[in-house]
Design a protein around this ligand. Structure first.
Ligand code: AMP
Ligand code: MG
Length: 408
């Protein structure tokens, strides 16, 4: 492994994990407690509100894993056996007649008295219809026993599980027609800045298009949130105060921009005057400044406005916060070590989240890592974590966080 570079000065910067721990603590202090019962087809992206416990054995009865023949090994001495019944999936077989075998198909219940299934490929059907078994046989072979997957009373999915197609399928296999889920978190999205214009409008001098609004709104929908799109806030205190005041029935106000302690930090002023404000300088790049506070009683997270900063801080801080508010335990994204396909000669004092890709098993990074460059993330399929104080040679280990995991 490459020698770790001299630890950069972090000064008063807050480490990412400290900021995350504080946010999660605050999320736990105001959990969403309301539940609703939804039909199974509608629970995708939602969070399970109570433990799902099995009321069934799965499979409910022993069944065949193969198309073949069921027999009882204790009454068989090697001779061909006549076929006494045929059992398809969905049928209820009779007890196996001693000295016979049953034709059986995959998923069909094992006839009482049979203790072995031989696959049809190893069965030699004689001219009189009886079946000779050519391979050695074992008790229990090709039989899926009752309760092999699940038994009655077993905890299948704990409360706090995020529900997707697999959990829906699993719940269906247990006969659940619907599930109790946590109410959606209501998130108001605000973009701040006099320079912002919505796409579709002509750009005036000094103006740029608002990219954070649609990015965050779509992402929040993927996380199972209800989105209140609160549009663009001009850099003006009275309007900021008035607009925040209109958003009192939401669970979170999520804003971007205006948190860099610049002169146009009206969000910060409004929070200070009518709520509380913590301004964090994070040891994270992109995305140093982050605001957490309340406007009256509504929690507010203020993300930095540069689009790549918005993306990184939302992914690593706001996303887990929102999941935890819904009671999700496992809010950490998938992370795995990969060799770096790039060098990092100068150690930084902030943890870098470079927009990168896996190419031939190595992490490569986009050529322009500026916090204003959203194209870097569109090119990337993950964030490459480089710890503060580190330098890297090609082949050194870095941590890769797939965007696909963060986005869902
Ligand atoms: P601020 O934190 O308001 O100083 O913004 C930092 C940078 O991000 C500035 O260059 C802003 O123009 C830009 N920015 C802020 N909000 C947005 C947005 N919603 N879409 C695109 N760029 C933004
Ligand atoms: Mg601004």
């Amino acid at each position: 492994m490459n020698p770790v570079g001299k630890p950069g000065k972090t000064g008063s910067l807050m480490p990412v994990e400290v900021a995350l721990a504080r946010l999660l603590e605050m999320a736990e202090a105001s959990p969403i407690v309301e539940h609703e019962y939804l039909p199974l087809a509608q629970v995708e992206g939602r969070v399970l509100a109570e433990d799902l416990v099995s009321t069934l054995d799965l499979p409910p009865w022993p069944n065949s894993a193969m198309d073949g023949y069921a027999l009882n090994l204790s009454d068989w001495a090697g001779e061909p056996l006549p076929v006494s019944q045929k059992v398809f999936a969905g049928q209820s077989p009779e007890a196996l007649k001693p000295g016979t075998c049953a034709r059986i198909f995959t998923g069909a219940p094992i006839p009482p008295g049979a203790n072995c299934v031989e696959m049809q490929e190893n069965a030699d059907v004689q001219s009189d219809g009886s079946v000779r078994f050519v391979e050695a046989l074992k008790i229990g072979q090709n039989i899926r026993p009752q309760g092999q997957e699940t038994t009655v009373g077993e905890l299948i999915l704990p409360a706090g599980t995020r529900l997707g197609p697999i959990e829906q399928g699993l719940s269906a296999s247990l006969g659940c027609a619907g599930l109790k889920v946590v109410r959606k978190v209501r998130v108001a999205v605000i973009s701040t800045g006099d320079e912002l214009v919505e796409p579709g409008q002509p750009l005036g001098p000094g103006q740029i298009y608002n990219s954070n609004r649609v990015l965050l709104c779509s992402w929040l929908l993927r996380l199972g949130c209800e989105v209140i799109d609160a549009g663009i806030l001009p850099d003006d205190l009275a309007t900021t105060r008035a607009r925040l005041g209109e958003l009192q029935n939401v669970d979170l106000i999520l804003s971007t921009g205006g948190v860099s302690v610049g002169e146009a930090d009206f969000l910060g002023i409004a929070l200070r005057e009518e709520g509380e404000l913590a301004l964090w300088k994070l040891a994270i790049k992109p995305g140093k400044p982050l605001t957490f506070g309340h406007f009256r009683n509504v929690p507010v997270i203020g993300l930095p406005g540069n689009p790549a900063s918005t993306l990184v801080t939302f992914a690593l801080l706001a996303r887990p916060y929102l999941l935890r508010r819904q009671g999700v335990r496992d809010v950490e994204p998938l992370k795995f070590p990969v060799p770096a396909g790039f060098t990092w000669p100068v150690a930084g004092n902030r943890r870098e989240y470079l927009r990168g890709r896996l190419e031939q098993g190595r992490a490569t990074i986009y050529r322009n890592q500026s916090s204003g460059v959203l194209r870097s993330a569109a090119w990337a399929d993950g964030l490459v974590e480089v710890l503060e104080g580190r330098t890297l040679n090609v082949g050194d280990e870095v941590v890769f966080i797939p965007l696909s995991d963060l986005l869902g």
